[in-house]
Design a protein around this ligand. Sequence first.
Ligand code: SF4
Ligand code: SF4
Length: 383
Amino acid sequence: MHSQVSIIKCKSYNQLEVYNAIKKAIDFLGGINSFVKKEDKVLIKPNLLSASTPESGIVTHPEFVRAAVRLVKETGAEIFLGDNPSVWGTPEDVEGVYEVSGIKRIAEEEKINLIKLNRSILVNGYALSEYLKMCSCIISLPKFKTHDLMTLTGAIKNLFGMVPGLSKTQLHRQALDSASFAKILVDIYELTKPKLSIIDGIVAMEGDGPAAGGTLRDMNLVLAGSDAVSLDSILALIMGLKPEDILTTKEAKERGLGNAELKDFEIFGENLEDFITPDFKLPQTHFLNKMPKPILKTLKKLVRFYPKIDNDLCKMCEICAKSCPVGAISKRPQNMRIEYNRCIYCFCCQEVCPHAAVKVKKSFFTKIASGIYHVYSHYRLGK
Ligand code: SF4
Ligand code: SF4
């Protein structure tokens, strides 16, 4: 069966323009009433990674969230709005995230329930928010961003927010490489499957995302559909990649959870070709995913990216230390210290640092390997 996807152009976060773009996207798919019924309890789940402003491009923009809320309101369903920020998150942390990201204001103005997803139930061995059972429908609002561990954070990865903060750290500890982490993310997607995903790609993030280390890029894009695998496949194509270059997409496709080939998509709205961006900056780490696994395994200790704290930028706030799944970061009198013999290279510290003080560095052999890879890609693509 074909996966239906809407691609709509939207050039700003102007309230009316975003609403019209999202409405148009959903109307192409049969209208909001084909996804949400009056008697539904709907969880709207944006990407609220950290206490970051709307302009940072790190969180789903509040006007994007408002537009989705208004559309769902038209069905008469009860709405719950919330997310679990990043890999940390006491209830107080979450309040700060809601405040700074502008989501609290949207919930107040739209008079809907702003909830915390911090209480969990166990589903197939995963601690997931109790709202999974309390709500009859999830609408996911991912942000289009690069990700140093997974290359892309899009429709599938957004559901990781259904895992309460501290349980996320346990999952990171279990997954010692990006392929294992992809399996976990796809498990969670399979368990939480949203009825609809609407991706905020109006301002996207490229480079060393998904947080302060990335750079913003106007993509003017709203993407919507019920098959997250097809949506992430389209994002990969837009980034100049093949869908299977994204490990979560590859894993989900192999499990039969959705379509990842263009021939299996029914696209409405704009032409996909108009959004393809061959010079889209990928995270530095991406080339590790392209290396043959046996070579990577052999050179595991040599070919590696690692986090390094820039002491000039570091404000000693300790957020990274709270987030590190293996307790590898500690505060010293003059600086923060990473114990590399404990580090599992998950880049959670880079993801949560509000001051872009955690840099992604290449080991000596990684510099050589990435140089060879870039020459090879250049030659292969005939550029
Ligand atoms: S590296 Fe970033 S998160 Fe860690 S203490 Fe410094 S400023 Fe805070
Ligand atoms: S130091 Fe950073 S990259 Fe290493 S395990 Fe901790 S959070 Fe992950």
